[in-house]
Design a binder for this molecule. Sequence first.
Ligand SMILES: NC(=O)c1ccc[n+]([C@@H]2O[C@H](COP(=O)([O-])OP(=O)(O)OC[C@H]3O[C@@H](n4cnc5c(N)ncnc54)[C@H](OP(=O)(O)O)[C@@H]3O)[C@@H](O)[C@H]2O)c1
Length: 273
Amino acid sequence: MFQLLPWTFAVDTIHFWVHYGLVCLGFLLGVITILVQLTKPAPYGKFDQSNNESWGVTINQRLGHILSDATPGVLLFLLVFFLYGTERHYINYVFLGLWQAHYIHRGIIHPLVMRYSKAQVPLGITLGGLFPNCLFSFLCADWMSSSKYPDNYYYDPRFIIGLLLFVLGYIINKWADFKLRSLRRQKGTDGEGSNGYYIPSGGLFELVACPNYFGELVEWLGWAVGTWSLSGLAWMLFGCATFIPRAAHTRKWYCEQFMEYPRARKALIPFVY
Ligand SMILES: NC(=O)c1ccc[n+]([C@@H]2O[C@H](COP(=O)([O-])OP(=O)(O)OC[C@H]3O[C@@H](n4cnc5c(N)ncnc54)[C@H](OP(=O)(O)O)[C@@H]3O)[C@@H](O)[C@H]2O)c1
C-alpha cells in the first residue's frame, strides 16, 4: 500500500526540532539567495569584476572551490553520516553513494581539472558558498543517516524516479562542464588564447545557455523525490535560487558579448525558461 510518508525519522525530540528548524533556515536562505542574485550575479567567472574589494582578499581559485565544496560535501557529510547517524540500511548507503559521487567530483576533481580564466577568487565568494553548503550537507547527511526507509523501498516509484533523475542529471552536469572545459583547449591550441570565452555548441547547449546548471538541478530534483524529505526539497529549491538567476544573467551576457549568439536558446530549462 502507498504510504505518504514512507520513512521514520529521528525519534528523539530535540534532534527532530533541530533538524526541522534548520530546514526552515534553508528555505529562508533560498528566498534571500534568489532575491540577491536576481539583482546581481555572484562575482566569479564571467561576472568577476576587477574591483572586488567588497568580497575581501582573494585566494587561489582551485583551493577556494575545494574549500567551499569538498569540505562540507565530502568531509562534513561523511562525519555526520558515520559519527552522528544511526541508520545503516542499504537505502541509506545508496543515497550516501549518490551524494559522494556528486561531491567528490564537484569538490575535488572539477576544481583541479577546470581551466579557469582567473587564478584567484575573492575569499567572500568561497565563504558565501561554504555557509549554505555546510548547512545543506549537514541537513542531507542528518536526514540520510537518521531515517529508516522500508525494506522494499527499492520498489517505490519515488525511489526509482528519484534515482533515474539523479543519474540523468549527473551525466548532463558532468558532460556540460567538460564541454565547457574543452572550449579552451580547442581554441587555445588555435592560438586564440586559452582564457577567453566562446560560444558553446552541441547537445543541450543548442537549447540552453547553462546545461551544467540544468543537469545539477535535475540531480537535486531526483534527490528530493528519492529521499521524499523536506531537507531534500529545501536543497533542491536552494539550487533553483542559485541557478535560475545565474542562468538568466549568463544568457544575457552571451547575447551582449556575441552578436551571433542564437537568441532562441533559453537560459536554463529547454523550451521553457
Ligand atoms: N549547488 C550549487 O548551489 C551550485 C552553485 C554554483 C555552481 N554549481 C556547480 O558548479 C559547477 C561550476 O559552476 P560555475 O558557476 O563555475 O559554471 P560556469 O560559470 O559555467 O563555469 C564553468 C567553467 O567553464 C568555464 N566557462 C564557462 N563558460 C565558458 C565559455 N563560454 N567559454 C569558455 N569557458 C567557459 C568557466 O571559466 P571561468 O571560471 O573563467 O568563467 C569555468 O572554468 C557546475 O557543475 C554547477 O552546476 C553548483
